[in-house]
Design a binder for this molecule. Structure first.
Ligand code: KG4
Ligand code: ZN
Length: 339
């Protein structure tokens, strides 16, 4: 089965074609960074308007990259939530319309299920059950994954998501929006010993996170020091070190509690190399296999949506006549594929 995937939950239009026998055939991504940068954050209405313009040309791009015609598509999957409602609606209406026009089934899928399962786009996917650390702009969760659609959230953030904390700290340092990757690059030049940021909630039992205090700590450090380039880099380094160590401590704890043999890193912050290295070292120590998708499949993309859509459409799931999208949609409400 060949499935067209459409991702429009936020500020990126991701389109891909996944084939159940041959894997990913083509994928492409359009980022709206230039549109939102001037506003210091995503403007939902502008995001929706841009998705409307980009979806069809990008569908043509992936079809021609895969050397296929629209008639070669057997199903359509689109992101149904969580995300910006207007942006989701554009993808949902386009997906449903394309499916209807081609006479093939369509299905709305969960954005975070896409992130968690993104390692299955790679040659050596993990085996169930595994632990997933989902770290994106809107989510910081530790999840027990026992199969497709079988998720138990065992740790969550009480306030800011880790990507949000990266972005807010980056903004303080004048790095623009979203500044996670820029902050990580600046941290490379920072001195590891100059500042020490707290490791939030590591001394409390449990697997929950809190990152809003770190952002406040960063603000106070910025306000009490002159902002030369080296100082900014030193602050970026200390912030990143604190986040990486905090996430690593909680992952170690979750591995010990579950006894699982695989850890998967998913979501945009999974692109952070310092985090990847720290988790790799911890996993090696504990005899656990670490799995993360290539960087372009850590951040938002259409390939993960096409993959999930393909698994669920193959199992016989498909939309009924209603078109629903969800701004919020708890992951543990999902179920294994069913007719
Ligand atoms: O998963 P994603 O692409 O979008 C959603 O939020 O769903 O994640 C985006 C987040 C942003 O907060 C961005 O700053 C962060 O991932 N990010 C990074 C890096 N690359 C992207 N954070 C830290 N280091 C990076 N290299
Ligand atoms: Zn995402």
């Amino acid at each position: 089965m060949r499935v067209l995937g459409i991702e429009t939950s936020c500020d990126e239009t991701g389109i891909a074609i996944y084939d159940s026998e041959h894997g990913l055939l083509a994928h492409t991504l359009h980022s709206q960074l230039d549109i939102h940068a001037a506003f210091g954050g995503v403007v939902p209405e502008l995001a929706s308007r841009d998705h409307v313009q980009k979806i069809l040309p990008l569908v043509e791009t992936v079809l021609s990259a895969a050397n296929l015609t629209p008639q070669d598509i057997h199903g359509v999957a689109y992101t149904k939530g969580p995300g910006l409602v207007g942006a989701l609606l554009i993808g949902a209406m386009m997906g449903r319309t394309i499916g209807y026009a081609l006479g093939v089934p369509s299905l709305g899928v969960h954005h975070l299920e896409g992130h968690i399962m993104a390692p299955f786009l790679e040659p050596h996917p993990p085996a169930f059950p595994f632990l997933a650390l989902l770290v994106s702009g809107g989510h910081t969760e530790l999840i027990k994954v026992e199969g497709l659609g079988r998720y138990t959230v065992i740790g969550d953030t009480l306030d800011d998501a880790v990507g949000e904390a990266f972005d807010k700290t980056a903004k303080l340092l004048g790095l623009g929006y979203p500044g996670g990757a820029a902050l990580a690059a600046l941290a490379e030049k920072g001195h590891p010993e100059r500042f020490h940021f707290p490791r939030p909630m590591v001394n409390r039992p449990g697997l929950d996170f809190s990152f809003s205090g770190l952002k406040t700590f960063a603000r106070q450090t910025v306000m009490t020091h002159s902002q030369d380039e080296q100082t900014k880099a030193d602050i970026a380094r200390a912030f990143q070190q604190s986040v990486v160590e905090t996430l690593t401590i909680k992952c170690r704890r979750a591995i010990q509690e579950t006894g699982f043999q695989y850890l998967v890193i998913a979501g945009g912050v999974g692109a952070n190399l310092a985090l990847r290295h720290a988790l790799q070292a911890m996993c090696q120590q504990h005899g656990v296999l670490l799995s993360f998708p290539r960087i372009e499949f850590c951040t938002d993309n259409g390939a993960m949506i096409a993959y999930i859509g393909c698994q669920r459409l193959l199992a016989g799931e498909q939309d009924d006549l209603s078109v629903d999208v969800f701004a919020r949609w708890p992951l543990d409400q999902l179920r294994p594929p069913s007719k």
